[in-house]
Design a protein around this ligand. Structure first.
Ligand SMILES: [Zn+2]
Length: 410
């Protein structure tokens, strides 16, 4: 869909510049909604409140027969798609004529529920204020947020659902060597992973999304794990007759705040909406969907290959065991994110994610250390903070102290 790709050139004209990182709060969302209320295109209705009393708001626009329901951030720390929705509101709400916008608004009625979990968003937590994972609460309905989401689907009876999430940055798009920057899935509605017409249509729309994304981020699209989760909303919405599409925002090199990925989520959503509006997904097949490579947990933040280390065993023991004191391993570092105390930025701790043969794994920073010297400042222990220095001759390439990068030229 070249018309969607060309929108990227004018993205700055509808990008919501008030929201620049993942740490925006419910009050920021309400400011955006206050602006939308002045635009007759949008109907906004408060549909209930969270555990801590924050409002959930349904935004409706368009007058077409295809009903599409989009909800984001049911996991409070998965904010990327909510940012993309802010941009989408600006794009749709602008008065200038645009063929893509006109087609979507004429052929679809759109219902948005952004930030399903505002209490989680407030403290950048996956779960709601009761520590319930809302996306496992479809049946037990103990969270008010889950009840609202389920009631809205029953009330709207949408033909299509877009379930908008973030996944960790450790997923790879198959074995292509790239991170899964965007992952897509038509969730299963039973253990057998059957494909009925409802799920097939979701697969066809996804195939079209994939085509467009491949032109922008070739090889960076993955197919999310399709194991049936009977407690999750997407799986149950699919079963209830809404063709449901999961979009997961993953990782992209040098984009920790996901501002590039935000645009890619916009591209995925817009391609999906235009495909529905013009029914062009009918040209796609289930096998097109299955060409998208499976997500694999194969990515490290930093992968140090061919590190030569010295065993710390006493010389006598080495001799007895007939071992060499030097050994060669790959070391994969993962990053643990923690929200800062002011809830406005992130601290990063690098942990030893794996040690050994990582030849079929990948790194955002992928460094062959064959000719470098790796000095462990402390013992390298799996799942513990990294403490090491990587040297090229006398030059420090990378220094990590108790999990924190103190120097890096790589
Ligand atoms: Zn999620």
């Amino acid at each position: 869909m070249d018309s969607i790709i060309s929108l990227l050139h004018s993205y700055h004209t509808f990008n919501n510049n008030d929201i620049k990182d993942r740490f925006f709060k419910h009050s920021d969302l309400l400011n955006v909604l206050d602006n939308l209320k002045t635009n007759p295109l949008f109907e906004i209705r408060e549909v209930g409140t969270s555990v801590e009393g924050r409002s959930l708001n349904l935004i409706k626009c368009g007058g077409g027969t295809a009903k599409v329901f989009l909800w984001s951030q049911m996991h409070g720390n998965e904010a990327t798609a909510t940012m993309a929705l802010m941009d989408l509101f600006n794009f749709l709400g602008d008065d200038c004529r645009d063929d893509v916008k006109d087609s979507i608004l004429q052929n679809c009625t759109l219902y948005f529920l952004p930030m399903v979990n505002p209490d989680g968003a407030e403290v950048f937590n996956r779960r709601n204020a009761l520590e319930i994972d809302i996306n496992r609460d479809f049946h037990s309905q103990q969270s008010p947020e889950g009840r609202i989401l389920r009631q809205l689907r029953d009330e709207i009876q949408p033909h299509f659902g877009f379930n908008l999430h973030d996944q960790t940055t450790m997923w790879s798009a198959g074995q292509l060597g790239n991170p899964a920057t965007i992952s897509l899935l038509a969730p299963a509605y039973d253990d057998a992973l059957s494909i009925n017409t409802i799920r097939q249509i979701a697969m066809q729309v996804i195939a079209e999304m994939n085509d467009t994304l491949q032109k922008v981020i070739p090889g960076h699209v993955g197919r999310f794990d399709d194991e049936y989760e009977m407690r999750a909303f997407g799986d149950n919405f699919q079963a209830a007759g809404t063709s449901t599409i999961l979009i997961e925002a993953g990782g992209y090199a040098d984009d920790p705040e996901k501002q590039h990925i935000r645009k890619l989520v916009f591209v995925a959503m817009m391609t999906g909406l235009l495909s529905i509006a013009e029914r062009s997904f009918l040209r796609k097949t289930v096998s097109d969907y299955f060409t998208i490579p499976d997500n694999k947990l194969h990515h490290f933040q930093i992968l140090l290959r061919n590190c030569k280390l010295q065993t710390s065993l006493p010389a006598k023991q080495i001799e007895t065991a007939n071992q060499n004191s030097e050994y060669t391993v790959d070391i994969g570092l993962i990053v643990k994110e923690k929200i800062s105390d002011d809830l406005k930025s992130m601290t990063y701790t690098y942990l030893i994610g794996d040690i050994g043969d990582l030849s079929n794994r990948f790194g955002y920073k992928d460094i062959d250390c064959e000719s470098f010297k790796l000095i462990p400042t402390n013992k390298i222990i799996f799942d513990e903070p990294a403490d090491l220095v990587l040297m090229d001759g006398l030059e420090v390439l990378l220094a990590i102290e108790n999990g924190v990068i103190t120097n890096s030229t790589v």
